[in-house]
Design a protein around this ligand. Structure first.
Ligand code: HEM
Length: 223
């Protein structure tokens, strides 16, 4: 492999890792806001937060950065995977003969399914919130679009609940490897810190997965 190819692959990995870590920070904010649905069945807190996110100019600008981050992460992920396949055309014969962790072998597959999930998710919520008509609801604090009701309606359908739970589990596997892999690509590879980063990544992905899964399940069971 030529040096130019190696340097450009390293650069792609670094950009992809930074984009991935940025998307992770979005996930935390997105989860915290969505969890408001479970803590306030009147949906006032969630609708208020969604209204703030949809009207704040800083957040709206951040949304463009977010979409750019997604596109960058996906394109670089696909390019690096293709380069990887091209560099190693003969697949490993025996299972377990590679040094890779279990989840790392399926990053492109879990990533592709999360991508399909995102397209459906956008059609379910983002497109309706941005371009459709959402019924308004009035509380003491003011009148807001009742986006929470849209979420509750979607998760009254068991098929959607199953689809979301499966997609979020796969996102969890993607995060579990992606988190520590991002730090490695950024050069933070140390016998003392790497196990710690791996541990933080595992705890983080479990918490994010459980949090997101709780939303459709709790709504389906108790709303
Ligand atoms: C149960 C889980 C989830 C619920 C209830 C939920 C709910 C929503 C809602 C209501 C919106 C529209 C917000 C608006 O445009 O004002 C939205 C947008 C979005 N969601 Fe989710 N979401 C969930 C899981 C996820 C997951 C797992 C991901 C990432 C893999 C994700 C990524 C996005 C993105 C990128 C947007 C568009 C950006 C934005 O509007 O902030 N969501 N979601």
């Amino acid at each position: 492999m030529s040096k130019t190819v190696t340097y450009s692959s390293v650069a792609k990995k670094i950009i992809m890792s930074l984009a991935g870590l940025f998307l992770t920070s979005f996930l935390v904010i997105h989860l915290l806001i969505n969890l408001l649905i479970l803590f306030d069945k009147s949906l006032e807190l969630f609708n208020q937060a969604a209204h703030f996110m949809a009207t704040n100019p800083l957040i709206q600008t951040f949304q463009y950065v977010l979409f750019f981050g997604f596109i960058l992460h996906i394109i670089l992920g696909v390019v690096l995977q293709i380069q990887n396949w091209a560099a190693r055309p003969v697949r490993y014969e025996r299972k377990g003969s590679s040094e890779q962790s279990y989840f790392s072998k399926f990053m492109i597959h879990t990533g592709a399914i999360v991508f399909i999930f995102l397209i459906i998710h956008f059609a379910n919520f983002f497109v309706k919130a941005k371009f459709g008509h959402i019924e308004p609801i009035t509380y003491d604090s003011g009148t807001y679009e009742n986006l929470g009701q849209l979420v509750v309606m979607l998760f009254s359908d068991g098929a959607y609940v199953i689809f979301y739970v499966i997609a979020i589990l796969l996102l969890g596997f993607h995060l579990e490897h992606g988190f520590q892999s991002a730090f490695q690509s950024l050069g933070l590879n140390h016998s003392r810190y790497t196990p710690f980063i791996k541990g933080v990544g595992t705890v983080f992905s479990i918490l994010v997965t459980l949090g997101f899964i709780a939303i459709p399940l709790v709504i389906y069971i108790s709303f």
